[in-house]
Every structure is written in C-alpha cells, then in structure tokens.
Write a protein that binds this ligand. Sequence first.
Ligand code: CUA
Length: 264
Amino acid sequence: MLNKSYYLIPIISAIISISFWIGFNINLLPEEASINAPIYDELFRILFIIGLILFLGMTILVIYSLFKFRKKTGEIGDGIALEGDLKLEIIWTIIPSIIVLIVGLYSYNIYDRMGGMNELNNHHQIKNLKSEKIWAGINQVSNTNGTNNPLVEVSAMQFAFLFNYPKGDFISGELHVPVDKTISIKMESKDVIHAFWIPEFRIKQDIIPGQPTILNFTPTKVGKYPIICAELCGPYHGGMRASIVVEDPSDYEEWFNENKKTEV
Ligand code: CUA
C-alpha cells in the first residue's frame, strides 16, 4: 500500500490548479476604466487565488473528516486526548507567515505603482495650492499630457458631492473629465468624513473636514461611472452618489465651454 502522503500530492496539486484556473478565468470585478485598474486587479487576483486554495482545502478536509472520523457504533467518549505536535505547529506558523509577508510586500509595491508613495506637495499639478498642507492622497506620476489638466475641487457634504471647476468658475453636480489625461482633484469635506470611490477606476480616498486630500487618476475608457461615498456619514450615506462622465477631449471641451462663466 502506498504511503498516505502520496495521495496528498495529487489532491493538493488539483486544488492549486483549480484555484489558479478560477482566479484567471472568473472575473468578479467591474470594468477596468483607469490605468490603476489593471494594477489593482493583479493584487486582487493573487488574493482571490490564495483565498480559493484555503477555501477548497478546508472544505475538502472538513468533508473528509466528517466521514473518516465519524463516531463508530458502540464508541463512547472522544478517544485519547491529543498532545501538541511540534512539527505541525512549526509548519502552520511558517507557511502563513511567509504568505502574509509576501502579500504585504506585494501590496506595498502595488500601492507604490498606483502613486500612493509619491510626494504630494511637490507635484507640478498642485503647485498653485501654495504651501497649504495636503494630508493624504494618491499622486500618480503624470503621463505625457500633464500640462492643461483640469484641477477639480470636490466638496463633499451630507449627502452630496459638488464639483467646482475653478478655471471655468462654475459648479457641477456631475464630474466630467477627458479620457486618457491625468486628472488631479482636490477634495474637502464641509461636515463629516466621506470617501470618494469609483469602483471602475479602483480608487478610493477619504474626504476629511479641515484636511484637504488629493487624488490623481487617469481614465482610460469613455463612459459614465458611479461615484460612491464609501464612508458611513449619516442616515442617507447609502444615497450619497454622483456620476463621473469620461468623454473624448472634444466633447469635454464642448461641455466645459457650455458651462463656464463668460467674462463680463
Ligand atoms: Cu458621505 Cu457616506
């Protein structure tokens, strides 16, 4: 008869293969509509695969144990007490530690690639904010077309987002931005903590009263996407939504010119 561990090898290989297959073929996330989205999804895929391996492994082990260690007829009591198993304890401490360490370093790398570790106050796009302290945010390394990006000021309040376009001197209830340009927005809250979340862009940033935050992103697909408040901010938090409209630069220009205040 074969040693018990010989049966384990094909079972573990099958679990790992199935998990990888599901991880690479089943997508649970919405459309990828910004340059951050594919970066974020890479991390999500890894975490999803690790979760699948654990879930399948545990489930199979539980079902196996249900049959294997079933109470036999005439059996009384729980059997002999188990003492600690040093080898097993070392294994189940080391393996999770390595996984957590790798995931931690990899997450840091993803956050860095998304622009989370960049200096906020020295960026050319926000120079005109004088020496005001920006507390937090994601500062993407701007790509080629950095100069005439619209700087939108977002005000969050219970229970709405307002978008101020200082260059055109108007306020909009809907955020319009041109496609394939790095957009820089500055966010402030009028009351409590809110959060600016666009699932299709895979970005989320808190909006904090008295502490402006910056968020940079580059939309890659024309379309209309939801902006959702992702911080419990009061009784109508669930209804605090707005939309972002990503347009071709010419359509954006047209919308901007229609709305901007004409000089007297
Ligand atoms: Cu604003 Cu929740």
